[in-house]
Design a protein around this ligand. Structure first.
Ligand SMILES: [Zn+2]
Length: 203
């Protein structure tokens, strides 16, 4: 980790430049060793328990797998915050997502940012249960960018980008190159190479 970056407030402009530099760094792809990760899974079926929407406090059933995912996401978001930006995550229900005026189909982070996939999301009713809503802004920005991001890798790639790391390892020890996941960073942060702004929330 680059300690010089700690506690420094990053500006949106700096992050746009950093993202552009990452996209242009074609040689970075071949320099680092890569792990494919182990094909491991927990052989035990998950346990279920009740937890509450963090806004309306309505009770929902979640699995032990979801619970440990969320715990690790919260930790990653704390590290993102420590990089000098405003970031937060909350676990809330679809009713609350609607009440906040968040467009689920627009805000949901897609691994392949393909329009067809997004159209399918629009056609299908969003699922039941709790979603992880990520808010991100640089400190000089007025409004948070909102993303509904279900996987811990969505958060890990943002952290790696802010820390200037070329890659990160997911919880299965699989190596991900940050440069290959710029589309995730863009959906998560609203920082884009073309710097168009969307999904902002006045909160
Ligand atoms: Zn709720």
């Amino acid at each position: 980790m680059n300690n010089d970056m700690k506690f420094k407030n990053l500006t949106r402009e700096e992050l746009v430049e950093q993202l552009k530099a990452l996209a242009a760094d074609e040689e970075g792809l071949t320099v680092y060793p890569m792990s494919m990760g182990a094909m491991c899974y927990d052989p035990m079926p998950p346990k279920y328990k009740k937890t509450r929407c963090e806004r309306c406090k309505k009770s929902y059933q979640i699995s032990s797998w979801d619970e440990s995912d969320y715990k690790s996401i919260v930790k990653v978001v704390e590290k993102i915050q420590a990089c000098g930006v405003d970031a937060r995550v909350e676990r809330i229900c679809h009713d609350c997502i609607k009440d906040l005026g968040i467009d689920y189909a627009a805000a949901r982070v897609l691994d392949n940012d393909e329009e067809q996939e997004r159209e399918e999301l629009l056609l299908n009713e969003p699922g039941e249960g709790l979603e992880y809503v990520f808010n991100f802004k640089t400190k000089e920005q007025a409004n948070y960018h909102v993303a509904i991001a279900p996987y811990s890798t969505h958060y890990q790639v943002v952290l790696a980008f802010l820390e200037n790391q070329p890659f990160y390892e997911d919880s299965y020890d699989r190596t991900h190159f940050v440069r290959d996941e710029i589309h995730i960073i863009e959906q998560m942060t609203g920082i884009t190479i073309n710097d168009t702004r969307k999904n902002t929330l006045k909160k």
